[in-house]
Design a protein around this ligand. Structure first.
Ligand code: FAD
Ligand code: S2G
Ligand code: ZN
Length: 476
């Protein structure tokens, strides 16, 4: 249980009584109020299986009105709640710590409208990202973000974690692509910022409060998001590279040689790729190299783009920056190469317990933390890998051990965060703070900033019922 494992005391929220369950059933009906022990278990355990809560109640609202009724009731009764989307979060933010009531948005999955000229999609927050991408592709559009969890994560969860992903380099982050949203405050008030306008400078831009607030300032119920045009030409390069210094040179060259069609630039070290291919029985289309790079282009002319990427490959093989590589536009081949990259996250879980870190660093310092950790841990770790979004300066570090042990944890934390803050990086690039990192947020935010965050939290959720134990560290 998270409470024991991470030694957290329950705050003085009310306990759930039968009268509360009866109230929830009166508004949601029997089948959308889960109380059976086995039924609620999956909603208490996070994707990494590193956090487990003790909630006895999972609510599945189908409308903003129902979310509003639930919250205003819980606020009055001082019952803590845990908003939950696809439960793919990696910082323990999506599951309860104690008996917080889970509000799961999965049934709020309707598409409301799509403006094919502006690309503005309006939908409910429980829509699964992959379903939205499939839907908008039928209308010659794509979603502005893509991540390995797309099959389960919801757009409401993506917004609440300000998810980055594989396309951020080209399409920016959600603070730019979200046009508007509707959210419900702790007291049940519905905040309607659901505008689809590209420009709306009428007062404070309140939607940004909810983007990245991880369920602690309100429950996002509807989203208006800008969908870019479906690129007519997509090509993918998968290259073997000798050193991380060469990756950085290759990244600079890709930016100038491919320019506006560059849509993704990802790296992974040898261990990340070889273990993923082995553990999940995948096929590596090229041979064994110290590092791998994925370079994707989104353009409007297959011939031109194919030529650009092929001559980029040729030029950089000449220069030695690329040892070997393959370039393809075949959807099946591109999918299988992307699948290797997107499967790294899950692939080490079969080897034991994985300590995951998601940090932002100035690109020149991007990879140096990995050899430092290998040296610090020695044979206490079965593997230390680095992979991620080079263009965003965001590296994912996974340290795998046969089973969870506090000794390795104490070698990793706060060491990693101290190293990151030495070079003015961020202790959490895209996954958020959640339950696992409030005690490290001070490495990236000073006390004045944290005080303003607390003032906002106090204003928006005076009883502190929204996702307690997450994001903001306790003051004492
Ligand atoms: P959940 O995990 O259910 O919740 C996440 C947080 O948001 C919680 O704090 C929860 O309380 C809150 N929340 C959820 N829905 C709402 C709502 N409607 N209103 C208010 N609060 C809400 N993340 C990246 O950024 N980039 C990646 O490349 C990436 N790749 C991943 C690959 C894999 C294989 C996995 C398992 C995860 C990956 N993630 C990545 C992490 C995770 O997928 C993202 O954080 C995602 O945005 C979470 O969405 P979700 O719907 O699963 O939210
Ligand atoms: C990615 C997934 C989660 C992780 O693959 O880009 O965000 O850290 C990560 O393994
Ligand atoms: Zn990532």
């Amino acid at each position: 249980l998270s409470a024991e494992k991470y030694n957290v005391k329950r705050k003085n929220y009310a306990n759930v009584h039968n009268s509360d369950i009866n109230y929830f059933k009166s508004i949601l009906g029997e089948e959308r109020v889960l109380t059976d022990k086995d039924e609620v278990m999956p909603f208490n355990t996070d994707w990494l299986r590193s956090c487990r809560g003790q909630s006895q109640v999972v609510l599945k609202p189908k409308s903003t009105e129902e979310v509003s009724q639930i919250l205003s009731y819980c606020n009055k009764k001082c019952l803590a709640v845990c908003p939950q989307g696809g439960n793919t979060g990696l910082v323990g933010g999506s599951v309860p710590v104690y008996d917080e009531i889970v509000i799961n948005l999965m049934l709020m999955n309707k598409i409301i409208s799509l403006d094919e000229i502006s690309g503005a999609l309006v939908c409910e927050s429980g829509c699964v990202l992959e379903n939205l991408d499939t839907y908008v592709r039928e209308h010659n559009l794509i979603m502005p973000l893509d991540l390995g969890a797309k099959g389960s994560c919801q757009i409401g969860g993506n917004i609440s974690t300000n998810a980055g992903g594989l396309r951020l380099l080209r399409y920016g982050n959600l603070h730019g692509s979200v046009l508007g949203l509707e959210a419900v405050k702790a007291d049940g008030t519905v905040i309607d910022c659901l505008r689809s306008l590209k420009k709306d400078n009428t007062g404070y831009h309140l939607k940004h409060l909810f983007i990245g607030s991880e369920g602690t300032l309100g429950v996002v119920t509807k989203v208006a998001i800008h969908c870019p045009v479906l690129p007519k030409a997509v090509t993918l390069g998968f290259f073997g590279v000798k050193s991380f210094e060469n990756i950085l040179e290759l990244y600079n060259s890709a930016k100038s040689s491919l320019g506006e069609i560059l849509s993704a630039f990802e790296m992974a070290d040898n261990t990340a790729i070889t273990h993923t291919v082995k553990n999940l029985n995948l096929t590596n289309p090229i041979a064994d190299y110290p590092f791998y790079v994925l370079v994707e282009t989104h353009g409007s002319n297959e011939v031109h783009d194919g030529e650009k990427l092929s001559s980029f490959l040729e030029k950089e093989m000449q220069s030695g920056l690329i040892l070997d590589g393959t370039v393809t536009s075949e959807p099946a081949k591109m999918h299988s190469i992307w699948n290797i990259r997107e499967s790294i996250a899950a692939s080490f879980l079969v080897e034991g317990y994985v300590f995951k870190y998601d940090v932002s660093l100035p690109q020149k310092h991007y990879y140096e933390i990995v050899p430092k950790l290998k040296q610090r841990l020695g044979d206490k770790a079965s593997s230390v890998i680095g992979y991620g979004h080079v263009g965003d300066g965001n590296i994912h570090i996974n340290v795998t051990v046969p089973q969870y042990n506090k000794e390795v944890l104490s070698l990793l934390e706060p060491f990693i965060f101290e190293e990151v803050s030495k070079v003015k990086g961020s202790v959490s690039a895209e996954h958020g703070i959640g339950f696992r990192k409030p005690q490290f947020i001070h490495f990236s935010k000073d006390s004045t900033t944290l005080d303003l965050m607390r003032d906002l939290k106090q204003l928006m959720d005076p009883n502190g019922i929204l996702n307690p134990y997450k994001v903001l560290p306790d003051t004492n």
